[in-house]
Design a protein around this ligand. Sequence first.
Ligand SMILES: NC(=O)c1ccc[n+]([C@@H]2O[C@H](COP(=O)([O-])OP(=O)(O)OC[C@H]3O[C@@H](n4cnc5c(N)ncnc54)[C@H](O)[C@@H]3O)[C@@H](O)[C@H]2O)c1
Length: 248
Amino acid sequence: MGRLDGKIAIITGASQGMGEAFARRFVHEGARVVLTDVNEAAGVALADALGDAAVFVRHDVRNVDDWRAVVDRATRDFGAVTVLVNNAGVLGEIASAIELSQADYQTVCDVNQLGVFLGIQTVVPSMIEAGGGSIINISSISGIVAIYGSPSIAYVASKFAVRGMTKQVAVEFGPQKIRCNSICPGYIKTSMMVAATDEEGGEATTMMPLARLGTSDEVAGLALFLASDESAFITGADHVVDGGLTAV
Ligand SMILES: NC(=O)c1ccc[n+]([C@@H]2O[C@H](COP(=O)([O-])OP(=O)(O)OC[C@H]3O[C@@H](n4cnc5c(N)ncnc54)[C@H](O)[C@@H]3O)[C@@H](O)[C@H]2O)c1
């Protein structure tokens, strides 16, 4: 018996990195999953490899029509949605606050913040129809603290906003049995992290109690728990998975 038997999930940004790890783990644990991403080739290949429990839909999280198409596909193929993982995100330009252009600020907030809002707004009615659900928003330790050399003020702003939306949704929709939590990863070895630091995490790991980068699978374990009924009394909370970095 899988820990997500009967769950119907949408995972954004699922073509690679953490989203891919979530998709693999969720299907392994019995969920039926709609994988979405702007990277169509990789997403289609992953969904094919995962079999009948997975489908891919090309989806830009900034686009409300795309969101409607994703929910329609999920409902048609599998039924009302019970899990949403708002994972898609971009790092954006690495620049100081006085150098970052308005356009670059907007781009990051459109994907990382507006995309999460549109996902919540489009998927919650399906969860109400299902009788409840679990929303997992991927924030960051950059949504909790600022870090020297952190990507940019836009990334930090967008990830703080994700934690705020998480709490608001938990409060608004708790009575409808919809839980909403955030995950705040530290340095996890994906192409995004390598872009922000380097292959081994740069100086970041030397300040970390566990002194190494995390893996996407280690974040997937937390996402699985929050998606499952094992976390039935947990909502409106931020869950840090950072090797102890923010404890220092
Ligand atoms: N890797 C880290 O160290 C780290 C740390 C903290 C938080 N995060 C967050 O975790 C999430 C996943 O990051 P990752 O490290 O796996 O990055 P990644 O770059 O490997 O994957 C991100 C995915 O999002 C997709 N994407 C980008 N823009 C999109 C859009 N407009 N619509 C739909 N899909 C889009 C990309 O195509 C890609 O497949 C992001 O929200 C990121 O901010 C990452």
